[in-house]
Design a protein around this ligand. Structure first.
Ligand code: UD1
Ligand code: CA
Length: 458
């Protein structure tokens, strides 16, 4: 079917009490609007138009990655009916699938089913409804004595009788054929709110004997977000959905209620995820990994058989298979490790590569460094990469042993198999196979303590 999509996303979102446009508020680290776009994309619509208004520029910027979207600006926020009128001018011929931008739970599958039912029944207008007596603020579907859809009344305008009698709630997802669209112009401004309600088109179409049909859908798919409480509820439904999916694919969650997994993340089989862990963005975790509590991994790729110990932060990095990271490690962007690497307690890395089998087990800062294979970086080693103005590179060739508490003042290169004695400050390149030692020679003053004490007494 040739059809267009319109996403209504111009609203103020007053009930959010926020300076950020409502549809940019995130569920699982992704704007609500992006969730809706992701559900729509696989349907291959002829055109997808997003109606923006409040915070239009920031919405455009945030959604810039979605190059296929067209944006139209609704100058005055006069309601959902007005929003669709504004979009209509931009549309190609064919039916229109309209969605509210604040319903991030909607799935492609449900939209596809709606489109199929709409087509098969040759409806002029089809839309999704749900039942959930715990919810308020939704439009109610009015039905005539024969059970046909007769219209929608908004919650705030519904009489107690209507509320008691009509339990179906409007999900805000509609397909409209051209024969119904023309009735957009007949929508009247609501006297109390001053808005043009898109929902009024349902009653108008019904009165004009158009075939209007409402399809029941799960509340887990259609809940809208108008305030922060609903944002949490919807995000939690999404979170559970994603965690369940990974459990069904062979991932263990010690406490599924306490793990956050981004919709873009991927987790391999037999990986075990402890509570209070955050897998953000397009993070990819391999098979057989263990992610211990308090870990946050953002946009990173973790190989197979990796252990990430407690309270570790990994950002935009790649970890080779069989490595062990943490506890309390901070891998800043562009850390890349080979296989079987160990990065231990209180080690910070940044823009550095560590070759296969290299170990930095305790208390180090490794920045702007290229460290080759099987290097041992002793406790307290620091790459001094910054002179206050510029950053310099440290190169450590394979098999090097850096003694504890050493400073490598960049730019500097430590040759293959070299040793740096503990406590050295290395300012010059170290040739392969040599020992660099820069500390003062030790003297032992025998009997010094006794002499000092007798001096104090006299
Ligand atoms: C709307 C429906 C309601 C339905 C509910 C489902 C109307 C009148 N009511 O109510 O029947 O149960 O959604 O979630 O449509 N928007 C614009 N321009 C505007 C006003 C709103 O683009 O001038 C956008 C908003 O950004 C939002 C969507 O339209 O994404 C819905 O608006 P909102 O104010 O949230 O409507 P609800 O009161 O939730
Ligand atoms: Ca809403």
């Amino acid at each position: 079917m040739n059809f267009n999509v319109v996403v209504l996303a111009a609203g103020r979102g007053k009930r959010m009490r926020s300076k950020t446009p409502k549809i940019l508020h995130e569920a699982l680290g992704m704007p609500m609007l992006q969730h809706v776009i992701n559900a729509v994309k696989p349907l291959n619509p002829a055109k997808t138009v997003v109606v923006i208004g409040n915070g239009a520029e920031s919405v455009k910027q945030r959604m810039a990655v979605e190059g296929h979207l067209s944006f139209v600006v609704q100058r005055q926020l006069l309601g959902t009916g007005d929003a669709l009128s504004v979009a209509r001018k931009e549309l190609k011929k064919g039916a229109i699938l309209v969605l509210n931008g604040d319903c991030p739970l909607i799935t492609t599958k449900t939209l596809r089913t709606l489109i199929q039912k709409h087509k098969r029944s040759r409806n002029a207008l089809s839309f999704l409804v749900f039942r959930d007596s715990s919810q308020a603020g939704y439009g109610r579907i009015l039905r005539d004595e024969n059970g046909w859809v007769a219209g929608i009344v908004e919650d705030k305008h519904a009489t107690p009788e209507q509320k008691a009698k009509f339990q179906e709630l409007n999900g805000g997802v509609y397909i409209l054929e051209a024969e119904v669209l023309k009735h957009l112009e007949s929508i009247k401004r609501n006297r109390t709110s001053g808005e043009y309600y898109l929902t009024d088109i349902i009653g108008i179409a019904a009165r004009n004997r158009k075939k209007v049909e409402a399809y029941l859908c799960s509340p887990e798919e259609i809940r809208g977000v108008n305030n922060r409480e609903e944002l949490f509820e919807v995000a939690d439904i999404l979170r559970k959905r994603i965690v369940k999916k990974w459990m069904s694919r062979g991932v263990t969650f010690i406490n599924p209620d306490a793990s956050f997994v981004s919709p873009m993340a991927h987790i391999g089989q037999d990986t075990i995820i402890y509570p209070n862990t955050y897998l953000e963005g397009a993070t990819k975790i391999g098979d057989n990994c263990i992610i211990f509590p308090g870990t946050r991994i953002n946009d990173s790729v973790i190989g197979n058989d990796v252990t990430i110990k407690d309270n570790t932060l990994i950002e935009q990095s790649r970890i080779g298979s069989g490595s062990s990271i943490g506890p309390f490690a901070h891998l800043r962007p562009h850390t890349v490790t080979g296989r079987g690497v160990k990065i231990g307690n209180f080690v910070e890395t940044k823009k550095s590569t560590l070759g296969d089998g290299t170990k930095a087990s305790h208390l180090s800062y490794i920045g702007d460094a290229v460290i080759s294979r099987n290097v041992n970086i002793g406790a307290g080693t620091i790459t001094c990469n910054y002179d206050g103005k510029n950053k310099f590179k440290t190169v450590v060739e394979s098999g090097v042993f850096i003694g504890s508490d050493s400073q490598l003042v960049a730019p500097v290169r430590i040759g293959k198999g070299a040793y740096v004695a503990a406590g050295s400050t290395v300012t010059k390149d170290v040739p392969a196979g040599s020992l660099a030692i820069t500390r003062v020679k030790q003297q032992n003053l025998t009997g010094w303590v006794k002499k000092k004490k007798s001096r104090v007494k006299s």
